[in-house]
Design a binder for this molecule. Structure first.
Ligand SMILES: [Zn+2]
Length: 470
């Protein structure tokens, strides 16, 4: 049992409107905030930490990450926590993980963010070959306790079959948009969140003056071929194929795919983008842009990635894999790279347009699996890129905290620094509302009521150097 924790005289930041409450004490007991106010009395045996001069905000949430499901997740989870991440949405799963969790046997290390939500296996052509199979796969996952189902590599027809079954069972469907799909139809029927702007051509095609033709052209091309039948050993084979693909899915693009992308870029239209954003906002469809994932995929051999200091956390084997993936990116011609880079620039435009239209968005990284994406550190890269897109510091703070709580329907326990909320906090030494760069200045983390000092966080990071495998 952890001792009660009293944070003395901090400045509590209201994530709703950015207002500040200086000189405020925060008391936590049993992992929950029990009081917020001035000059609170310290309970017997409490740990008291002077946080004067510091800003108290809710812990950050990485709403698109993959730390579980391959090897020992402990170093990855601890690195995420050391960067201020106190919660994550796991974006792929398997029936074993789901059943272990349901049985109370999925135990994460104490030094780890909270597992906020987890799906079953990704929906692919393999487990959604027919309408019946798509529905049966969704049913099986929901029965095993999946919080949502995630579309990855499936046909547009089977997407709608899976979506119908998920909605019937009251479980959200999220993920990638299959090639050639009617995006607005998927959104209006109910798609809880679109990841990576749909992945592939995705949402960009909807911003084009040439949308119907682009949709048809991309729908006619299937970039990833998986065997259509479910064979006993195939799950493992497919998992291995997916792991390789996930490193950088852009490498699947053939010349024809890049040509279609080029047409989308050339016919991008601001009005179409605004109309689309208004529809997403009206439908309540969330977006998780994962700009860092898009950037590392589409500019994969940019020398800045190999020079990133955060690579020090990664195991040598992972570093070698990433170097190989970057080298494979070298097969794209100069013209193709120009198209890929241009399509990435439009993703910043879309993020800005979505923000202006009040489309709800979350901060996610796609860490653990994606090339050059370092768990924990990548959340801070994502903050910077969303800031570059033009999203204001307060909105970023909200996306990291309160919006994540809203998405999960968990505002009673997350997202603000108030009694009743989980004692998962970040301490900053500068005001995050005046400058998004201040969101990086993590000088303390509280996880389930336990305070981790700046010195502890620094020592943790040093200790984890060279250990993280993704
Ligand atoms: Zn992902």
């Amino acid at each position: 049992m952890t001792a009660p924790l009293l944070l003395r005289r901090g400045t509590v930041v209201d994530t709703r409107d950015g207002s500040l409450r200086p000189g405020t004490d925060v008391l936590a007991d049993g992992g929950v905030i029990t009081a917020v106010g001035e000059d609170l009395e310290a309970p017997r045996g409490a740990t008291v930490v002077d946080v004067s001069g510091r800003y108290v905000v809710p812990g950050y949430n990485d709403m698109h990450a993959h730390p579980l499901g391959h090897g020992d997740p402990a170093p990855t989870l601890e690195l995420m926590l050391a960067h201020g991440i106190t919660g994550f949405r796991q974006m792929h799963g398997d029936l074993g993980l789901l059943r272990a969790r349901a049985a109370g046997e999925l135990r994460l290390p104490a030094a780890a963010p909270a597992l906020l939500a987890m799906p079953g296996p990704l929906l692919t052509m393999l487990n959604t070959g027919t309408a019946e199979q798509a529905a049966a796969t969704v049913r099986e996952q929901v029965a095993a306790g999946a919080d949502f189902v995630k579309s990855a590599a499936m046909s547009k027809e089977r997407f709608f079959d899976a979506q119908a079954e998920a909605l019937r069972l009251g479980v959200p469907i999220v993920g990638h948009l299959p090639a050639g799909i009617d995006v607005l139809r998927a959104s209006s029927i109910g798609m809880k969140s679109v990841e990576h702007f749909g992945s592939g051509l995705g949402v960009l095609a909807c911003c084009s003056t040439d949308e119907p033709a682009l949709r048809e052209a991309s729908g006619a091309r299937s970039r990833l071929r998986l065997p259509p039948a479910r064979l006993p050993f195939m799950d493992r084979v497919v998992a291995a194929v997916m792991r390789r693909v996930v490193l950088n899915p852009v490498l699947l693009n053939k010349a024809e795919d890049v040509e279609i992308l080029d047409r989308a870029v050339r016919t991008f239209d601001e009005h179409h983008a605004h109309d689309l954003a208004a529809r997403f906002a009206a439908d309540g469809t969330w977006h998780v842009p994962t700009l860092i994932r898009q950037k590392t995929s589409k500019l994969c051999d940019d020398p800045s990635f190999a020079a990133d200091e955060d690579l020090r956390y990664m195991a040598a084997a992972t570093r070698r894999t990433w170097d190989r993936v970057a080298a494979r990116f070298g097969r794209f011609t100069l013209a193709q790279r120009t198209t890929l880079a241009a399509s990435h620039r439009y993703e910043y435009r879309m993020a800005r347009i979505f923000e202006e239209a009040d489309v709800r968005m979350l901060v996610g990284t796609d860490s653990s699996g994606a090339v050059w994406v370092v768990p924990g550190a990548a959340l801070h890269d994502e903050i910077d890129l969303l800031g570059e897109a033009g999203i204001a510091p307060l909105r970023l703070l909200r996306m990291l905290t309160l919006d994540a709580a809203s998405f999960l329907g968990a505002t009673a326990t997350m997202g603000t620094v108030e009694p009743g909320r989980n004692a998962d906090l970040v301490l900053l030494d500068a005001n995050p509302v005046t400058d998004a760069a201040h969101l990086h200045r993590v000088t303390g983390v509280v996880r389930a009521g336990t305070h981790l000092s700046a010195a502890h966080l620094a020592a943790t990071k040093d200790r984890l150097a060279g250990t993280v495998v993704t």
